[in-house]
Design a protein around this ligand. Structure first.
Ligand code: F6P
Length: 356
């Protein structure tokens, strides 16, 4: 019997979401002859009982499929509101939309909420991990991360020429929440001299010693410092502020580092700060994010066909597979292991990555 599958995107957007949607529609239609409907704005769409029919033809524009390379999400997303308080109404919405299963694309926060809703309402849920932070547990890769690494790497490349032209120290603050994956990987790819991440304590004198070494030993008068938004001050404080909606946002560690550098550097060292912000979440998905999105979308539909629900598709050991969603939620976010081979790789390049 033909199924009616719902798909939604939840939490912060990232490049590659539309490619997941495209693959889900394509595989459901071509391989199973099922119907796929998009739920706009995640649980808000369920609450309001809204569903958009997604057809293969509808995804085309004169034979060109824009979903292949469009960033963001055509379904819209939200990460606000006390969703659990409205669990009953959301479940009624799921039922009213006559869905046989729901595919939810989200980060760990939204997947935890959706799993809770699904278990209360007994829905058939399959999850797909996405986040530029790459911190969802039990998957080595999440959709959106690779593109963000490329975006930050590109920014570092651009900052290098202006840093070199003015003999400046450029501090670049990047996203990642409590994880340093984005800062570490882009820092290696983009030629950073210092990488500061939440997982590894650092000392400012050592940062300045690195800058001195660049000047004295290598005759290089400019430097790049990449700092993850979740990195702490030397005394262990998180830099954040509360926005107008009462949400705590990470911001400020880049400013702190930028202000500290002149104090422990020779007179006249100029520092400048760039906060990349939401630029990191935009743009066309990289080839790898498109491939990952396609593998995840296909596997999610196959899980629905096999009636394997309450699972999250995952990338592990170079293969796509799936893991119980409950296990993912029960784990802490995946962080950079201080002794990981990538940290060692960064150090082998002469980059100061804290401690030692
Ligand atoms: O989790 C993704 C992320 O981009 C984080 O890196 C960042 O801290 C946060 O979302 C920003 O959230 P918002 O879009 O709500 O400002």
């Amino acid at each position: 019997m033909g199924k009616r599958i719902g798909i939604l995107t939840s939490g912060g957007d990232c490049p590659g979401l539309n490619m997941v949607i495209r693959t889900v529609v394509s595989h459901a239609t071509l391989s199973y002859d099922w119907e796929v409907v998009g739920i706009p704005y995640a649980t808000k769409g369920l609450l309001e009982r809204k569903a958009i029919t997604l057809s293969l033809h509808g995804l085309d524009l004169h034979g060109i499929d824009p979903l292949l390379c469009m960033g963001g999400t055509i379904l819209g997303s939200t990460n606000k509101g006390d969703t659990l308080a409205q669990a009953k109404q959301i479940f009624e919405g799921y039922q009213a939309l006559e869905l046989d299963a729901l595919i939810a694309i989200g980060g760990d926060g939204s997947l935890a909420i959706l799993r809770e809703l699904a278990s209360q309402g007994n829905w058939n849920l399959v999850a797909i991990p996405k986040t530029i932070d790459n911190d969802v547990a039990l998957t080595e890769r999440s959709v959106g991360f690779d593109t963000a690494v490329n975006t930050v790497t590109d920014a570092l490349n651009r900052l290098t020429s202006t840093a070199a032209s003015h003999d400046r120290v450029m501090v670049v603050e990047v996203m990642g929440r409590t994880a340093g994956h984005l800062a570490l990987q882009a820092g290696i790819a983009g030629g950073a001299d210092v990488i500061l991440i939440p997982e590894i304590p650092y000392s400012l004198p050592k940062v300045c010693q690195k800058l001195k070494e660049l000047r004295d030993k290598w005759k290089r008068k400019f430097a790049l410092i990449i700092v993850a938004e979740g990195a702490k001050t030397e005394t262990g404080e998180i830099s954040c502020y509360t926005d107008s909606l009462g949400e705590v946002r990470l911001r400020g560690i880049g400013q702190y580092i930028t202000e500290q550098i002149p104090a422990c550097s020779p007179e006249g060292v100029e520092t400048r700060l760039t906060i990349l912000g939401h630029v990191q979440r935009g743009g066309m998905p990289s080839a790898w994010d498109r491939i990952l999105a396609a593998a995840f979308g296909k596997t999610a539909i196959d899980l629905v066909a096999q009636e394997q629900f309450a699972r999250m598709v995952a990338w592990r050991n170079g293969e796509v597979g799936s893991v119980p969603l409950e296990l993912v939620i029960s784990q802490s976010p995946s962080l950079v292991a201080p002794q990981s081979s990538l940290v060692q790789t960064a150090r082998s390049l002469g980059i100061y990555v804290g401690e030692s």
